[in-house]
Write a protein that binds this ligand. Structure first.
Ligand code: FUL
Length: 696
């Protein structure tokens, strides 16, 4: 016996690997992702295509009475869309096959309201088919959006429409190959054409569509399709249309509560730590302010800084990134969008080029049964199926990476082994700089992927401390990158009097031009606010001490509002009404009245007779859920007595996307504007106006 023990100790000392006990894999904890959801997480980013009658009518939401004859792209090329998405590192494309106005981009046999009654390809075209083929060619996955709300359909709101809706789902899921995601938007019910009824139809979203049955149908036809949005979905909206998740982001949701209407959509930004189902977040945003293409937004494509932020605040926060790139009237993605996407992918590629942890020495203060299968080195082996795991019940542990020589980095990427559940609730990161540990991050969840942007440090070691976890810890990947310095653009603001203020990150200098040319180090240096009340295009850059420049901030202004005056407001305090024209959309003025009885209005004197081509209404940008105007009228007058109506309609989608609303019309001269708020987004008794401006 003694001999045996001796032999065993000898073996364990010299051959530790062979002597390890058999260790059972750790148990799963909580809700788990399905294989389909795993594949979906791994796609990380994909494109959205909004292209329909709205592209030709210049709307965001069609009413449902627009003629299919208006759909006439001159050079539609789905291969261009696919190529651009591919080049930007995206893994798929979701096409809006039918938006709220009911027009179908495929020749559905169930309706006449489709491409078959448009002049495009003499009614022989099929956009869904063209995109499905292009996706195949570029090795991208195809997803489809079928709006449950149909403002055209005569039977919307009645059972017959549900049959129609499901028939269309069948067409889309059986005729075009695999569909990776089916997108059901939450906007449902309201006013519309409805076959000529021109009325408001309200439905109960959760009951009307009988989602359980609809989902059964989908899974029987297409088991590999992940269903997003309303109903018992497998992925959720992130709760905003600005492309970001909260830093704390669980892939779990209390979906039962959600289906009982007990969850507010702002909770989607973080999910629920105690959610009973795996329902991960998808962060959607458009590359421009609107979801559909509008010429007036050609110079409003999101800046490079914003695009890079979208990535880090979605993919970097455990969400997928759905970026809308809306084709123009040609049926092509606009040059400005292409340019921005190129700049964006250059930055993202460069950020993840120089990895520094893979050669570090890795140790941990705990790993499961000291068994190599769960050793901390699994975090840097590039294998997504291997992971570092702690012993059962160990919910606090540290993993230490020691470098051979001082090493610089400014990005940290972490991934949990989510196949066995999302667990980590809190973690910190420390760097050893000049022999001293310093905390460089203090964070909460990880999930499928978490990426931290931190100021560059040069360290001899890096330590990740999981400080709280729901169960034992499982981390499959930790990386650190030394990304090129990204200098952020300066902020440029102009107030009502024409005072221009610029601001850059501490230590950086701002250079600008007023003639539209590109600023360089030899352009004017910004030092203090200055007055410039004429129409102007300011181009400004921030430059750091190493001479690295930001992208160019382009700020365009018309003549300043210095001479503007509020003439009258129909209710509320006239003294604060000036906030409507103070150049600051964070300050607002409110009407507190029941609009269904009395539309409210504001009259503005522009000081002089000026040429305008449109106007904009911006809800207060500083508060959540300001009272939002949904329908409006705008009148012009040269004398303040005789008025002509210039524009009326809805601010479509303002509820989900409360940004500046732009309405353009034929150029005219006016001295006065009368803006009438006709209705307000449901539930608000107060409406606010952050800013009213003109399009010159
Ligand atoms: C929203 C819709 O109402 C918009 O028009 C757009 O399709 C966006 C992606 O979802 O809620």
């Amino acid at each position: 016996m003694k001999k045996l023990v001796l032999l065993f100790s000898f073996l364990t000392a010299f051959f530790p690997v062979y002597s390890q006990k058999i260790v059972h894999p750790p148990q799963a904890y909580g809700p788990l992702p399905s294989e389909k959801q795993m594949k979906w997480h791994e796609m990380e980013s994909y494109a959205f295509i909004h292209f329909s009658l709205n592209t030709f009518t210049n709307k965001e939401w069609g009413y449902g009475n627009e003629s299919p004859q208006l759909f006439n792209p001159t050079a539609l090329d789905a291969r261009q869309w696919a190529r651009i998405a591919k080049e930007a590192g995206m893994k798929g494309i979701i096409l809006v096959a039918k938006h709220h106005d009911g027009f179908c981009l495929w020749p559905s046999v169930y309706t006449e309201r489709s491409v078959k009654n448009s002049p495009w390809k003499n009614g022989k075209g099929d956009v869904v088919k063209e995109l499905a083929e292009a996706c195949k060619e570029y090795n991208l996955k195809l997803g489809l959006y079928l709006s449950p709300w149909d403002r055209n359909h005569p039977q919307y709101g009645k059972p017959e429409y549900i049959t129609y809706f499901r028939n269309q789902l069948k067409e889309l899921l059986t005729n075009y190959g695999d569909v990776f995601e089916m997108w059901f938007d939450g906007a449902n019910g309201g006013d519309g054409y409805y076959g000529g009824a021109n009325e408001t139809r309200k439905i109960n979203t959760l009951e009307y569509y009988n989602w359980d049955e609809t989902y059964k149908l989908i899974y029987s036809l297409a088991p590999n399709t992940l269903v997003w949005g309303i109903g018992p979905s497998e992925a959720r909206w992130i709760g905003n249309e600005e492309g970001y998740a909260n830093t704390t982001n669980w892939s779990l949701l209390r979906q039962k509560d959600d289906l009982a209407g007990k969850v507010h959509y702002t909770e989607y930004m973080s999910g629920h730590e105690d959610g009973e189902k795996w329902v991960p977040g998808e962060a959607d945003v458009s590359i421009r302010p609107g979801w559909f293409y509008h010429t007036s937004e050609d110079d409003k494509v999101h800046t490079l800084d914003e695009m890079v932020d979208f990535y880090y605040k979605s993919v970097g926060r455990n969400a997928t990134f759905l970026l809308n790139i809306p084709p123009d009237r040609r049926g092509l993605i606009h040059e400005n969008d292409i340019q921005r996407l190129k700049e964006y992918s250059v930055v993202i590629k460069a950020d993840f080029k120089t990895e520094v942890l893979s050669n570090a020495k890795v140790t941990a203060d705990n790993f499961r049964a000291n068994n190599n299968s769960y050793a901390p080195k699994n975090t840097i082996d590039g294998n997504k199926e291997s992971y570092w795991a702690t012993d059962d019940n160990i919910t606090k542990a540290s993993v230490l990476f020691t470098f051979r020589k001082p090493t610089a980095f400014n990005r940290i990427l972490l991934q949990e082994y989510i196949r066995l559940g999302q667990r980590v609730k809190a973690f910190t990161v420390e760097a050893k700089v000049d022999g001293k540990w310093q905390t460089i991050a203090n964070e909460t969840t990880i999930g499928y992927k978490r990426i931290l942007r931190i100021p560059r440090v040069t360290a001899t070691a890096l330590r990740v401390n999981i400080t709280d976890s729901k169960a034992s810890i499982m981390i499959s990947n930790i990386q650190a990158f030394n990304a090129p310095t990204f200098v952020r653009m300066p902020m440029v603001k102009r107030d009502k009097l024409g005072m221009i203020t610029m601001e850059a990150e501490t230590g950086n200098h701002i250079y600008y031009t007023l003639d539209g040319s590109k600023p360089t180090l030899s352009s004017t240096k910004y030092t203090v606010p200055f007055k410039y009340d004429k129409a102007v295009e300011i181009n400004a850059v921030s430059i750091n001490e190493e001479g690295i420049s930001s992208a160019v901030r382009i700020a365009k202004y018309g003549v300043s509002k210095e001479n503007w005056k509020i003439v009258s407001v129909s209710s509320g305090d006239i003294n604060t009404a000036n906030r409507i024209i103070d150049g600051n959309p964070d300050s607002s003025w409110s009407f507190g009245a029941d609009l269904s009885q009395h539309p409210q209005e504001v009259v503005i004197d522009l000081g002089n007779l000026i040429s305008i081509k449109g106007f904009t209404y911006t809800p207060n940008q500083a508060v959540e859920n300001p009272g939002l105007i949904s329908n409006y009228e705008l009148y012009s007058s040269t004398d303040g007595v005789n008025w002509t109506k210039q524009s009326e309609g809805e601010f479509s989608n303002i509820k989900n996307n409360p940004i500046e609303q732009v309405k353009v019309f034929n150029s005219l001269k006016t001295k006065y504007l009368r803006f009438v708020a006709k209705s307000v987004v449901a539930d608000f008794k107060i409406i606010t106006i952050g800013e009213i401006s003109i399009v010159e």
